[in-house]
Design a protein around this ligand. Structure first.
Ligand code: NAD
Length: 472
C-alpha cells in the first residue's frame, strides 16, 4: 500500500491561510498539518513499486490544469487520474482570454498554436510547468519561463516510428515510380512500364544520422532485405547487420537510397549540396524527412535533370506554411515550380510524424512528464531547465521531505542553501545549472510540519530564490 506524500507547492496561496503560512505572491499552498503522514489508502501503488513512497500534491482537487488545442485523450486521462482539476478546450485561446485563464492554473498543456510569450507568462502567477504536446517548443518563451521557475516539457521522439515507416513507403514508391503511375491513371493514362523500376531487396540504404529515426529505419529496411550503411558524427552501435561508414562521401558513393535524419543545426545546413550529389551513385534516390535546411533544393533539381538522381521524396522544406491551404508556390520557396515539374518526386506536407499513434504517444509522454514534475520534481526531459532526478523515497521513509529550490545561478548560493538544509539530515541532493538558472533537489529526513514551514520560509527569504517547492 502506498503512503501519502504531500506538497508545499509554491505558487498558490489559497490554502496557505488554512495553515497560517506565508501568503506572498509566490506563496505555496501547504498541506494542512493533520494530513502529514496520513496514508492515502485509495491511491493504487504501481505493482513494481510497492515500496516507493508516492510524492503527490496534497489536495489534488485544488490543483488546476488547463489543456488547450485538443490535447490527445491519453494525456488528458493521465492528468485526470491524478485527481487534478483538468479543464480541456478544443482550440487555442486569443491572448486576452489566455491571460485571463492562465492566472489561475498550475499547469498548462498546449500544442503549436498557443503562444506563451513573456507577456502572457508574466500573468501566470501560479504556473509551475508547461507541457507542449508536440515536438517544437518555439511557441514558448523558454528563457522567460526558466528565469521564472516554470519548467517546459515536450515530446521529441514519440513519432520516430511514424517517420521511419513513411520513409519505407517512399523507398518502395520511388523504386517503382508509384506516385507517377498513380497520378497518370488518375488523369486517365494507362502507362504500364518496368523500365528503371526496381525491387528494393538487395539494394543499399544509406542513412545519414543514426538517431531515433535513423535506427528505426535501419531495422525496417533490413527486414525488407536491404543492406544498411549509416553515417553519424558519433560512433553508434549498429542495429542488426547495419554498418557505420567513416565519412559522408563513403555513404553517398555506396548507397542506392540516401535518407537524411539529422537535426537542424549549422553543420547540417545544405549538407546535401552540389558536391554531395556528384558523389552519389548514378540513378540513386534521395529522401529527406528531417529538416528543410538539410538539402539544397536547386542542387537537387539540377541532379535530377541530369539523371544523376532518379527520384526524391521530400517531407520538409526551408519555408513551410503556418497552416493548410494553397500556399505551396514560388512565393513560399522560389524553386517550387521547378521542383513540382519533375517526375518521380514525392512531395508531402511535413506529415512524417503525423499519425494517430504518434499523437497518442505524445499524450502519454508529456502527460507522464508533467505528473512526474508536479509530484516528484523530476526535470528529466525538460527543455529549459537542467535535468535533475533523485531516486524515489520509499515507504520506510515516512517523515522525509523533498526540497526543490530553483534559483539564480550565482556564486555562493549553495553555501547558503546548505546552511538552511544543514540543520537536518540531507539523505541525498543533486543540483545542476543551465545558463542563468540552477535547480536543486534534496531529500531530508526526520522533518516535521513546523520544520518544513521554517525550511520553506528560509529558502524563500534568500535573494537567489526563483521558486521553492517542498514535497512530502
Ligand atoms: N518529418 C517529420 O515529421 C519529422 C518528425 C520527427 C522528427 N523529424 C526530424 O528528423 C530529424 C532526426 O530526428 P531524430 O529524432 O532521429 O533525431 P536524433 O537526435 O535522435 O538523431 C539525430 C542523429 O543525427 C546525428 N548527427 C548530428 N549531426 C550530424 C551530422 N552533421 N552528420 C551526421 N550525423 C549527425 C546525431 O549524432 C544523431 O545520432 C530531426 O531533424 C527531426 O527534427 C522530422
Amino acid at each position: 500500500m502506498a503512503s501519502a506524500a504531500k506538497d508545499i507547492n509554491p505558487r498558490q496561496s489559497s490554502l496557505s491561510a488554512r495553515v497560517g503560512l506565508s501568503t506572498s505572491p509566490a506563496a505555496a499552498f501547504h498541506s494542512p498539518p493533520s494530513s502529514f503522514g496520513t496514508p492515502l489508502a485509495s491511491r493504487p501503488a504501481p505493482s513494481n513499486a510497492a515500496f516507493l513512497k508516492q510524492l503527490k500534491p496534497f489536495a489534488s482537487q485544488d490543483f488546476k490544469i488547463l489543456l488547450l488545442e485538443n490535447v490527445n485523450q491519453t494525456g488528458r486521462d493521465i492528468l485526470s487520474e491524478q485527481g487534478y482539476q483538468v479543464e480541456f478546450l478544443k482550440s487555442s485561446l486569443p491572448e486576452d482570454q489566455l491571460i485571463e485563464k492562465i492566472r489561475d492554473v498550475h499547469v498548462i498543456g498546449i500544442r503549436s498554436k498557443t503562444k506563451l510569450t513573456a507577456r502572457v507568462l508574466k500573468e501566470a502567477r501560479n504556473l509551475i510547468v508547461i507541457g507542449c504536446f508536440c515536438i517544437g517548443t518555439n511557441q514558448v518563451d523558454l528563457k522567460y519561463a526558466a528565469e521564472n521557475g516554470i519548467a517546459v516539457f515536450n515530446s521529441p521522439f514519440s513519432n520516430s516510428r511514424s517517420v521511419a515507416e513513411l520513409v519505407i513507403a517512399e523507398i518502395i514508391s520511388l523504386a517503382r515510380q508509384l506516385c507517377d503511375r498513380s497520378s497518370e491513371l488518375h488523369n486517365g493514362t494507362w502507362n504500364k512500364v518496368s523500365n528503371k523500376c526496381w525491387e528494393v531487396r538487395g539494394k543499399t540504404l544509406g542513412i545519414i544520422g543514426y538517431g531515433h529515426i535513423g535506427s528505426q529505419l535501419s531495422v525496417l529496411a533490413e527486414a525488407m532485405g536491404m543492406s544498411v550503411i549509416y553515417y553519424d558524427v558519433i560512433n553508434l552501435m549498429a542495429m542488426g547487420t547495419a554498418r557505420q561508414v567513416p565519412t559522408l562521401k563513403a555513404l553517398l558513393g555506396n548507397a542506392d537510397f540516401v535518407s537524411c535524419h539529422v537535426p537542424e543545426i549549422a553543420e547540417t545546413e545544405n549538407m546535401i549540396g552540389p558536391e554531395q550529389f556528384e558523389q552519389m551513385k548514378a540513378g540513386s534516390y534521395l529522401i529527406n524527412a528531417s529538416r528543410g535546411s538539410v538539402v539544397d533544393i536547386p542542387a537537387l533539381v539540377h541532379a535530377m535533370r541530369t539523371g544523376k538522381v532518379a527520384g526524391a521524396a521530400l517531407d520538409v522544406y526551408p519555408s513551410e506554411p503556418a497552416g493548410n491551404g494553397d500556399y505551396f508556390n514560388n512565393s513560399l520557396n522560389s524553386w517550387t515550380k521547378e521542383l513540382t515539374s519533375l517526375k518521380n518526386v514525392i512531395l508531402t506536407p511535413h506529415i512524417g510524424g503525423s499519425t494517430e499513434e504518434a499523437q497518442s504517444a505524445i499524450g502519454v509522454e508529456v502527460g507522464q512528464a508533467l505528473v512526474r514534475y508536479v509530484n516528484e520534481g523530476t526535470t528529466l526531459g525538460a527543455v529549459n531547465l537542467p535535468e535533475v532526478h533523485l531516486r524515489s523515497l520509499t515507504m520506510e521513509e515516512p517523515n522525509h521531505a523533498r526540497v526543490i529550490y530553483i534559483h539564480k545561478n550565482i556564486p555562493g548560493v549553495l553555501r547558503r542553501v546548505n546552511e538552511v538544509l544543514g540543520d537536518h539530515n540531507v539523505d541525498k541532493q543533486m543540483t545542476d545549472s543551465r545558463d542563468d538558472v540552477a535547480y536543486l533537489m534534496a531529500d531530508v529526513s526526520d522533518v516535521n510540519q513546523a520544520q518544513l514551514k521554517d525550511l520553506y520560509e528560509q529558502l524563500e527569504g534568500l535573494s537567489s530564490r526563483i521558486l521553492t517547492r517542498i514535497l512530502y
